[in-house]
Design a protein around this ligand. Structure first.
Ligand SMILES: [Zn+2]
Length: 284
């Protein structure tokens, strides 16, 4: 089969769309340190539960996994451990990693036409997907006008409009990613348990604001505080409302309650519980 990145006909590997380290982290810090994971902790829209696809050949998979390891150790784990209170250093490997994850999402959205893009939109998206692919494969040295951002979703202490959404559990314990197209903006995003990666492909009216979030293809720092104004937030809130409406079946809920009771202490020490408390605090 044809590799989605290098276009060579080779045996394809089963590739994660959102990197495996994100799911490993969610499982490890979840309800319990066992194979039992909250069934819906917390599946967003598209590419959930560690979606895997036959996408890349062995060489391309290796190319991606080297940068994923760097990103995980230098950005993901430090943020999940300490939050974003001081500068985080990154380099071109992390930039490459962000580009590769967002490219995978864009590629699958175009291929599967998940969102009924019209012809014009599809043309634009294909154009940008090619630029990203050429960059990743080494056929070009930059992403042209495409800009990449990393946003760290910190604990929120107040916010009337979001107080009933369980936003911490949804975003900081969840994953999602898709291509978002409006009249003014084309963007691709990926939420990895609170680290949100964004590629702005087009911003016709310069409405997107991502202060202190942009990353460059080189060694630099991201400095707090970050401020944003983006169409992404309304879309994420809609997704979360959808998730909230999906109630667990009685059977699932009984199983979870039983596990919690059997392992009370482990649960009280878990990240799942911490985010639940963050959501309860926001409701006050
Ligand atoms: Zn390949």
């Amino acid at each position: 089969m044809k590799c989605a990145l290098c276009n060579n006909y080779k045996q394809l590997q089963l590739s994660h769309i959102i990197p495996k380290f994100v799911y490993d982290y969610i499982k490890k810090t979840g309800l319990l340190n066992t194979r039992f994971v909250m069934p819906l902790e917390n599946d967003g829209k598209f590419y959930q539960d560690g979606d895997k696809e036959y996408l890349l050949c062995h060489d391309c998979e290796e190319l991606f996994s080297a940068s994923e390891k760097h990103f995980c150790e230098n950005i993901f784990i430090p943020f999940k451990k300490d939050g974003f209170y001081k500068a985080i250093n990154y380099n071109n490997s992390d930039y490459f990693c962000v580009a590769s994850i967002l490219w995978r999402i864009l590629f699958c959205d175009i291929r599967d036409d998940n969102q009924n893009f019209n012809n014009e939109q599809m043309q634009h998206l294909r154009y940008y997907e090619n630029i990203m692919k050429d960059f990743l494969i080494g056929n070009r040295t930059n992403l042209g006008t495409i800009k990449l951002y990393i946003y760290f979703f910190e604990v929120i202490e107040s916010g009337e409009s979001i107080k009933d959404l369980n936003i911490h559990q949804s975003i900081r314990r969840g994953t999602s990613g898709y291509t978002l197209v409006s009249d003014n903006v084309y963007l691709v995003f990926c939420n990895m348990a609170g680290i949100i990666l964004i590629a702005i492909l087009e911003d016709f009216k310069y409405k997107e604001k991502w202060q202190n979030c942009e990353i460059i293809n080189g060694s630099a720092q991201l400095q707090p505080p970050q401020n944003t104004s983006s169409i992404l937030w309304a879309s994420l809130i809609e997704d979360i409302k959808e998730i909230e409406q999906k109630e667990l079946s009685e059977n699932q809920q009984t199983k979870i309650d039983k596990k919690i009771l059997e392992n009370k202490e482990a649960y009280l020490n878990s990240e799942s519980f911490k985010e639940k408390i963050n959501d309860i605090n926001l409701k006050k």
